[in-house]
Design a binder for this molecule. Structure first.
Ligand code: HEC
Ligand code: HEC
Ligand code: HEC
Ligand code: HEC
Length: 111
């Protein structure tokens, strides 16, 4: 009986944890914070990728992004690659990519 109780308790604890954890994908985290699909997708229904200019309406230009991540070395928003499209690293609905790693052994924790 004690074992059964503890199994049931663990199952609930697990479910509660799942519900409160931030979603894995960037788009889902945006939706969880109250943005609609249309906040990123200008076409309805969503069908294509999101232009960098749309991300920048909320997040600002590279000058602003550079300030936000100025404590990181290297700063992912200020590099010799110039102003890259966001999707080179950040993905809406799939695993993010560290584009610098195609040439360097640089570690970036892209979300
Ligand atoms: C943070 C901005 C953002 C939000 C919010 C967002 N998306 Fe996306 N979506 C993207 C990006 C970026 C792509 C390009 C592919 C990728 O990066 O995964 C994309 C691509 C798509 C595509 C094209 C197929 C594909 O995967 O390439 C569909 C369909 C789509 N999104 C549906 C939705 C729906 C439905 C919602 C609302 C539940 C939504 N998106 C919310 C950013 C967003
Ligand atoms: C409608 C406004 C809006 C648009 C458009 C938008 N974002 Fe966001 N984004 C937000 C808000 C609000 C947050 C949450 C900020 C916070 O939690 O402090 C956020 C958080 C983020 C974060 C950090 C937090 C996390 O969950 O990883 C990244 C990275 C990000 N956005 C990238 C993008 C990219 C890339 C695009 C374009 C595909 C985009 N955003 C489009 C409003 C927007
Ligand atoms: C070279 C890869 C790369 C590109 C391109 C890139 N980012 Fe990022 N971005 C990162 C990394 C890495 C982080 C995570 C920093 C951390 O918190 O460790 C980040 C973090 C962020 C954050 C969260 C900043 C915060 O407050 O902590 C936002 C918002 C963001 N990016 C938006 C964008 C937008 C919008 C674009 C396009 C204009 C873009 N990024 C292009 C790599 C990139
Ligand atoms: C197409 C290959 C390629 C990509 C992608 C790339 N780099 Fe580089 N990077 C180079 C080359 C070539 C050099 C110059 C040779 C050297 O000094 O090692 C360099 C030099 C550097 C340096 C040395 C200092 C400097 O500015 O010259 C840093 C730091 C750096 N890259 C960071 C990055 C970051 C961060 C990214 C991702 C946004 C990135 N690189 C993407 C090829 C690349």
């Amino acid at each position: 009986m004690k074992l059964l109780k503890s199994i049931i308790f663990s199952a609930f604890a697990f479910l509660a944890l799942q519900a409160s954890a931030a979603p894995d994908m960037l788009a889902d985290r945006h939706v969880q914070k109250g943005n609609t699909c249309a906040a990123c997708h200008t076409e309805n229904p969503p069908a294509q990728t999101v232009p960098t200019s749309q991300c920048q309406k909320c997040h600002g230009d590279y000058e602003a992004l550079k300030q936000k991540t100025s404590s990181l070395k290297p700063n992912p928003h200020y590099t010799h690659m110039g102003d890259q499209p966001c999707e080179e690293c950040h993905k809406g609905h799939s695993t993010p990519v560290n584009m610098c790693a195609t040439c360097h052994k640089i570690k970036l924790n892209v979300k």
